[in-house]
Structures are given as structure tokens and as C-alpha cells.
Design a protein around this ligand. Structure first.
Ligand code: NDP
Length: 444
């Protein structure tokens, strides 16, 4: 049995009930086959892949807090410190009822390669909790965040592990967590990114993931002699990534006609109104059913459906495995040119392969959504320097990083004979740097 197959089998055996983690490991290792096969003897002797798929450390902890009725609630908190070969652990905190160890491990594993691709010195980690901020009062969210950080603060620090936002963790949650960290540890340091602008946050961090997604998509289209100008785009999600992806796509001349949340989706033939979306989601924290009040020409539908709308470009920006094989078939039948992942692993492996086989340009999340973590690393730099850069400075660095990522993965794919396969390109480009650093640091 090949070394890759052996390690995949071992991961499945030793980590039962973690399907998302299995999926992420398979996707990465399958596309690294060409590199691993060429170095099989050395990698096997060094147990390189076994070390890569085992987190350096993982924490699971109790998070008790009191709700508004005086009832004590108990959630589970996680932080997985996956790989610190190239820098301090870096990766977001997800607050969603679906969170479990397997999901945090899949995200942490992906984060290693994503962070490497940015070219910045950050290792891979991820964390979160099964707490659901939806429908909770501000006081309840604060109580949860304080309890969560009371435990988490033992394991993180500006030079060791720097968490950020993710699903369910926005500016409000980061603020409460930062306050509690400072209170317990007694230091004002850049221990979290995505902070508010008045206490160490970076301009353009809020926009970075969505904007970065469009910068890399634009660069890819440019390499094919195309552009975003005049294209119709379908987006899923209505959170941080989706909102700023829609905004930047429109600034670059495309028309975005859909968005969605966990209960339904919107079709707006005139193009999504970003100001309305922000008011509904960021200010009122309401459902997308409200969108029709702002745009009477739009349609609201319950359930899933954005991928049924005819478009040139599809940007999944909500959550994992939200674009399956049937969706991919519909997109291809409707003539989609490109799919770029704003979310982490939103496309199933089967759907990814189908899109690629049918000539759709496919940019995987670990490259396409790396703008968020890259800008988080820029926030860390500003915190260390005790300086704040302008929006334009950060945005132009972000553009440079995304353009660079595209060319790195494009070159890696070509070098190994997989021209146009950006999944292989991204995994190889991310992997090479991490492996080099791991080898240099000995067996640790
Ligand atoms: P948000 O919480 O801001 O938004 C998530 C959106 O997806 C919401 O519209 C939410 O609906 C919807 N959603 C969440 N879970 C589900 C589900 N199980 N089924 C259907 N819809 C769902 O998160 P972000 O925008 O920050 O993150 C979106 C994705 O992008 C995630 O995969 C995340 O890991 C990834 N990502 C985020 C980065 C960042 O900087 N924020 C960086 C890189 C990747 P509802 O409004 O109903 O909750």
C-alpha cells in the first residue's frame, strides 16, 4: 500500500466519527501524491505525514455560563494547535451548534496550508464552541465569551497562538474575549485579531476575506484573458465573507444576484443591495426574509437554492459541504465559468472533481479565502509595531498577497504537470514550505 493510502487509512481508524477531518486529510493527501511518491522513502522514515496529520496539541474544556433566566448553561470549548513549523498558531474561533472536535480539526488542518500560502510567518490552529450566539442577548453572549476566555487564555498569547473570528464570532464576540484576556493576564497585546479599530484592530480586516476572494478570482480570470466586468455572480451566505465578497464583486463590475442564510435565500435580479444586507445581518441580526422590505423586486425562497440560478461565477461563502454533486451538475449545465470558495471546504470532493472535469476553473478555499488570515497577520504586525496602517496600505498589501498566492499555486500546478488544477497547486505550494521548516527543526 502506498504511504499516502496508509496514512489516510490510519487517520480514519484513529479518529472515528470525524468525517470532516477525514475529508480534509484525504483531499490534501490525494493531491500531494505526486510529491509524496517522489520522496516516499525519506518521508516514511521521518513519519512526516503522521506528524502532519496529528495536531501538536488540542484542548477541550467546559464552558459554564448563566443565561438571562438564571439558568446555568454548559457548552464545550476547543482549541486545536495543529502545526507551528512556520510561526505561532493562527486560526479562527467558530461559534455554532454544529461544532465538534472533528470540525475544528478539519479547519485547523486546512489552516496549516492556507497560512503557508500567504507567505507570512503563521502556523495553523483553530478553535470554537458549540455555543450558538443566535437569539442570545448581549449579556448572555458576554457571559459565554468571558467564561470561554477564562479557560482559553491559559493556552494562547501574542507569540504563541493568536485566534480570530469565524462563523458566529464577529466584532462583538472578539471584543468581549479580548477584554477578558486583558483582565486575567494583565497584558494589552495582540492576542486576538479582528479587534475593533479603537483597541488595536486593523483597517480592512473586516473586508479582507471577501475582498481577497475577489482579488484572486480576478487574477485567475485575467490569466485566461477574462475579467469580472459584466459577469453574473451567485453567492451563498450572508455573513462576513459573503457581504464583502458581494461588495467587491460589484465594485469590480460584476452583478451579484443571490445571497443566503441558514434558513433561506434571496434572488435579486437587479443586484444585491449591500447596504440593506448589512443592516439586516450586522445591525438587526435578523433573517433574510426582511430583504424584501428593502427590495420589493427581489424573491425570497425557503431552503437551499442559490446554485440553481444561472451565473458565470459561483462563490460559496457560507459553510462546509454546501455545494454538492447535484449543485455542481446544475452549475455546469448553466454554463458556469469559475467557482471560488469563500468558505472553508464548501464544495464536496465529488462536486470539485465534477467541476474540474467539466472545465470549470476551481479555486479552493485554502487559497481563495486566505485574505482574512493574511490581513490578520498584518494586524499582528501593526500590533507589534504599535502602529496603524491606512486602509489603502492594508488593502494594497492584501491585493499583492492574493495575486502572489494565485501565481504560486498556478506555478506549482504547472511544475508538477497539473496545469490548471489549483487544488493540487495550492496543496503542494502550501505543503512545500511547511515540510521544509519541519525538516529543518528536527523530529519535534
Ligand atoms: P458568518 O457567521 O459571518 O456567516 C456565515 C453565513 O453562513 C451566515 O449567513 C450563516 O447563516 C450561514 N451559515 C452558517 N452555517 C450554516 C449552515 N450550517 N447551513 C447554512 N448556512 C449556514 O461567518 P463568516 O462569513 O465569517 O464565515 C463563512 C465561511 O467562511 C466559513 O466557512 C468560515 O470558516 C470561512 N472563513 C471565514 C473567514 C473570516 O475572515 N471570517 C476567513 C476564512 C474563511 P445565518 O445568517 O443564518 O447564521
Amino acid at each position: 500500500m502506498s504511504y499516502v493510502d496508509e496514512v489516510i487509512e490510519r487517520v480514519v481508524r484513529e479518529n472515528p466519527n470525524e468525517p470532516e477531518f477525514h475529508q480534509a486529510v484525504k483531499e490534501v493527501l490525494e493531491s500531494l501524491r505526486v510529491v509524496v511518491d517522489a520522496n516516499e522513502e525519506k518521508f516514511r522514515k521521518d513519519a512526516l505525514l503522521e506528524r502532519l496529520v496529528n495536531p501538536e496539541r488540542q484542548f477541550k474544556f467546559r464552558v459554564p455560563w448563566v443565561d438571562d433566566k438564571g439558568q446555568v448553561q454548559v457548552n464545550t470549548g476547543y482549541r486545536v494547535q495543529f502545526n507551528s513549523a512556520i510561526g505561532p498558531y493562527k486560526g479562527g474561533l467558530r461559534l455554532h451548534p454544529s461544532v465538534n472536535l472533528g470540525i475544528i480539526k478539519f479547519l485547523g488542518f486546512e489552516q496549516i496550508f492556507k497560512n503557508s500560502l500567504t507567505g507570512l510567518p503563521i502556523g495553523g490552529g483553530k478553535g470554537g464552541s458549540d455555543f450558538d450566539p443566535k437569539g442570545k442577548s448581549d449579556r448572555e453572549v458576554m457571559a459565554f465569551c468571558q467564561s470561554f476566555m477564562t479557560e482559553l487564555c491559559k493556552y494562547i498569547g501574542a507569540d504563541t497562538d493568536v485566534p480570530a473570528g469565524d462563523i458566529g464570532t464577529g466584532a462583538r464576540e472578539i471584543g468581549y474575549m479580548f477584554g477578558q484576556y486583558k483582565r486575567i493576564r494583565g497584558v494589552f497585546e495582540g492576542v486576538l485579531t479582528g479587534k475593533g479599530l479603537t483597541y488595536g484592530g486593523s483597517l480592512a480586516r473586516t473586508e479582507a476575506t471577501g475582498y481577497g476572494l475577489l482579488y484572486i478570482t480576478q487574477e485567475m480570470l485575467k490569466s485566461k484573458g477574462m475579467s469580472l466586468e459584466g459577469k453574473t455572480v451567485v453567492v451563498s451566505g450572508a455573513g462576513n465573507v459573503a457581504t464583502y465578497a458581494i461588495q467587491k464583486a460589484q465594485q469590480l463590475g460584476a452583478k451579484v444576484v443571490t445571497c443566503s442564510d441558514s434558513t433561506g435565500w434571496v434572488y435579486d435580479p437587479d443586484g444585491i443591495d449591500v447596504a440593506a444586507l448589512k443592516e439586516i445581518k450586522e445591525v438587526k441580526r435578523a433573517r433574510l426574509t426582511e430583504y424584501k422590505n428593502y427590495r420589493p423586486n427581489s424573491e425570497y425562497h425557503e431552503g437551499k437554492g442559490v446554485w440553481t440560478v444561472k451565473a458565470d461565477i459561483a462563490l460559496p461563502c457560507a459553510t462546509q459541504n454546501e455545494l454538492g454533486i447535484e449543485d455542481a451538475e446544475t452549475l455546469v449545465a448553466n454554463g458556469v465559468i469559475a467557482v471560488a470558495e469563500g468558505a472553508n471546504m464548501p464544495t464536496t470532493m465529488e462536486a470539485t472533481e465534477y467541476l474540474q472535469k467539466n472545465g470549470v476553473f476551481f479555486l479552493p478555499g485554502k487559497a481563495a479565502n486566505a485574505g482574512g488570515v493574511a490581513t490578520s497577520a498584518l494586524e499582528m504586525s501593526q500590533n507589534s509595531e504599535r502602529l496603524s496602517w491606512t486602509f489603502e496600505e492594508v488593502d494594497s498589501k492584501l491585493q499583492g498577497i492574493m495575486i502572489n498566492i494565485f501565481h504560486n499555486l498556478d506555478d506549482a500546478a504547472k511544475k508538477y504537470g497539473f496545469e490548471g488544477n489549483y487544488v493540487v497547486g495550492a496543496n503542494i505550494a502550501g505543503f512545500e514550505k511547511v515540510v521544509d521548516a519541519m525538516n529543518a527543526q528536527g523530529i519535534v
